[in-house]
Design a protein around this ligand. Sequence first.
Ligand SMILES: C[S@@+](CC[C@H](N)C(=O)[O-])C[C@H]1O[C@@H](n2cnc3c(N)ncnc32)[C@H](O)[C@@H]1O
Length: 193
Amino acid sequence: MQSLPEHYLPGSNELTALTNNHKKVILEIGFGNGDNTTFLASQNPNALIIAAEVYLSGIGSLLASISEHSLTNIKIFDKDVRELLLEVDQEIFDEVYIICPDPWPKARHHKRRLVQHEFLKLLAKVLKKSGTVYISTDWDNYAESMQEEIERTKDDFEFKKISNEGMPVTRFQERAMNEGRSISTFLLKVLKK
Ligand SMILES: C[S@@+](CC[C@H](N)C(=O)[O-])C[C@H]1O[C@@H](n2cnc3c(N)ncnc32)[C@H](O)[C@@H]1O
């Protein structure tokens, strides 16, 4: 397994420098084992993929996949993605992917959920004109609250519910389907003039 610094993104200064060299920049948040990240990197060989995850074993899996598939366009940010995004003051991302964000099922923990109005506003700020956010959840209760939060952010995004056909099935999605839960997916498009 490789753990070379060349596969990591230290912070926002390096991000700005890197994005200047790429026409298309994709961000995946909470990539888990990197199933979808590997797919995105292979499908978009000329794009830069910023992959954020704090789960060490997942980062190890993605590094193994980078090595196995000789991928050169992924940079891993191994801290809370909000630390990075709060420091970015430019519109740099074309696409953002959030697949099966932690559901925090207990009502008293809902405030910890990532997909909330403030976080969506933060994404809108760093997206380029016509940029998109793909959000998929395997929990109906989170899907309902996501839709409410997205509707609260209607000044920044239009959205539709879509099927996730054509995308890889991630580890958490597979587990959900084995347990009989369905997947809800939203595609948001940023509204910028
Ligand atoms: C339920 S898992 C889903 C993993 C993967 N996307 C999948 O579908 O198999 C959610 C992941 O998001 C990561 N995560 C949660 N909050 C994060 C944050 N603020 N920044 C980066 N990663 C985060 C967690 O460490 C966890 O691995």
